[in-house]
Design a protein around this ligand. Structure first.
Ligand SMILES: *Cc1c(COP(=O)(O)O)cnc(C)c1O
Length: 358
């Protein structure tokens, strides 16, 4: 490492996003992007906002907070906004966890960014092993004086935890904070946003990257009681009060004004997910019941890494994670119908070539 890097930072290990190779054209099913373009209203609003780029954006993002609040039936004082929901999650680690205070607690199999956010902020964290079926064990929601980070549906498994279970836990442990990362909730889950009106220890994060087809815009939000939102804004305003670009904020408002478009895309993705799941099960794969825009699957006789690399050679990118519990699996984004068909075809060829057809 360069000699100017602070000792404080020398042991940082950074997040590795899914690859974005440029060597050839791939069917990209590795980063959970939407196969569909953003709403025309989002594009129009962003283009209109571009005319004002000589100005700074509104540092309060009032119009955007109001639009998000309306969508989730909360007031603008219950909403903050971020440069992607990753930023909001990072703010949550920074604001609520601390050495000798509340530790961060999250499952052993979950979003790979959580441990990095914890280390980056110098806060302690504890990981809790998921059950064998990847559901949350009791001690993942039970405990006093913790900040629980729960991706719901979870990544990369797609497993959803019922809202009632989170509500009961939050009621039992008023001194613990429950941060619910709802990046994938629009693909068949149910949001905990409503709980934030009743409980001051539930914070929900959401993103425009997945169901709203705006990963490139970088827009996320947090929903919680006004006190929690003030804490997040304290961090936000200490780092960058202009953390969302004017064009992105406008695109977000445009997208929210077109809920039918988002709902229709989610419906298509859910339908493709169900087809992909049932075709893969027919071919002999074990596939979790995912409520995300991806499936999580393993074959009983072919290692996950081999499936990943064979698909890659055939021009299809999926996401393989090393690790003892999930190394047999691949996470496969639900693409367009044609992409899903190409994937099913390729998997069936691999299985036939190995003489493993059922
Ligand atoms: C994609 C994702 C996010 C956030 O992505 P942003 O693009 O930063 O909004 C957060 N949590 C999980 C589990 C995700 O998969």
């Amino acid at each position: 490492m360069n000699r100017f890097l602070s000792k404080r930072r020398a042991s940082l290990v950074s997040y590795v996003p899914g690859e974005q190779p440029k060597d050839r054209r791939y069917i990209k099913l590795n980063t959970n992007e939407s196969p569909y373009p953003p709403s025309a209203k989002a594009i129009e609003s962003a283009a209109e906002a571009a005319k004002k780029l000589m100005l700074y954006p509104d540092p309060e993002y009032t119009a955007l907070r109001e639009a998000i609040g309306e969508t989730y039936s909360v007031g603008p004082e219950c909403v903050t906004v971020g440069n992607g929901s990753d930023e909001i999650l990072n703010f949550a680690f920074a604001a609520f966890c601390g050495e000798g205070e509340r530790p961060a607690v999250f499952p052993d199999v979950t979003y790979g960014f959580y441990p990095i956010f914890a280390k980056q902020n110098g806060v302690p964290f504890v990981t809790v092993p998921l059950n064998d079926d990847f559901s949350l064990p009791a001690d993942m929601t039970e405990g006093d004086g913790c900040v629980f980070f729960i991706a719901n549906p979870n990544a990369p498994t797609g497993v959803f935890t019922p809202v009632g279970k989170i509500r009961d836990a939050a009621l039992r442990h008023p001194d613990s904070l429950y941060v619910i990362d709802e990046a994938y909730v629009d693909f068949g889950g149910e949001s905990c946003a409503g709980l934030t009106k009743e409980l001051d220890n539930v914070l929900v994060t959401g993103t425009f990257s997945k169901s709203r087809s705006m990963a490139g815009a970088r827009l996320g939000f947090g929903i919680g009681c006004p006190g929690l939102i003030k804490c997040l804004d304290l961090i936000r305003n200490s780092i960058n009060p202009y953390n969302v670009s004017m064009m992105t904020a406008a695109a977000g408002i445009g997208s929210l004004s077109d809920p039918g478009y988002t709902a229709e895309n989610c419906r298509k993705i859910i339908k493709s997910r169900e087809r992909l799941t049932s075709e893969m099960r027919k071919a002999g794969f074990y596939v979790t019941d995912s409520l995300g825009n991806f499936v999580f699957a393993k074959h009983p006789h072919i290692p996950g890494a081999e499936i990943y690399s064979t698909l890659r050679d055939r021009g299809i990118l999926v996401r393989h994670f090393d690790g003892k519990r999930i190394g047999d699996y691949n996470r496969i984004t639900v693409g367009s119908e044609e992409e899903v068909s190409a994937l099913i075809e390729a998997l069936n060829v691999i299985i036939r070539e190995k003489g493993l057809e059922k």
